[in-house]
Design a protein around this ligand. Sequence first.
Ligand code: 5GP
Length: 177
Amino acid sequence: MEQTDPTVLISEADIQARVVELAEQISQDYADREQLVLVGVLKGSFIFLADLSRRMTIPRVIEFIAVSSYGSGSQSSGAVRLVMDVRGNIENRHVLIVEDIVDTGHTLNYLIGMLESHKPASVKTCALVRKAERAEVDVDVDYLGFDIPDKWVVGYGLDYAEQNRTLPYIGTITPTD
Ligand code: 5GP
């Protein structure tokens, strides 16, 4: 596959500054609660979760969940499928879902329902980026990094066919499929 460098949409500095703000806000909001369970959605959220969690100042633990909703490129394969559930017990605990990107909203909507079935004390959501104009379901993002235009983005955890995940910035590419 021919690859050109992605065009920078959100710079490394802007991402890092926003991550600090989000971590401070979350740390304030959860200051008087029991230990927070951060649930990262694999694979795309792994870098965002790592940076965000290290900037927090409250007691916290990390869990991961994996879903698959897209094929190897940018085309949706339809329904959301749970690939890996959380390992720890989240009953009666405060849960914050950490997502890389909210596109149509189906994945986050599914995850909220799925995690609520574990009977946590609360479920809130955090996403680095959201394509607001693509929304198909009304799903609350309690902590949002950036609203972005309807373009395929890569970097800072996000891929195109498993490429470009480790770029320090978020960039746009034109998918070839
Ligand atoms: P939704 O269910 O909100 O439509 O889609 C969420 C999932 O779609 C994300 O977790 C991600 O896997 C994928 N996705 C949607 N748009 C993009 C994009 O621009 N770049 C990348 N890398 N993944 C995307």
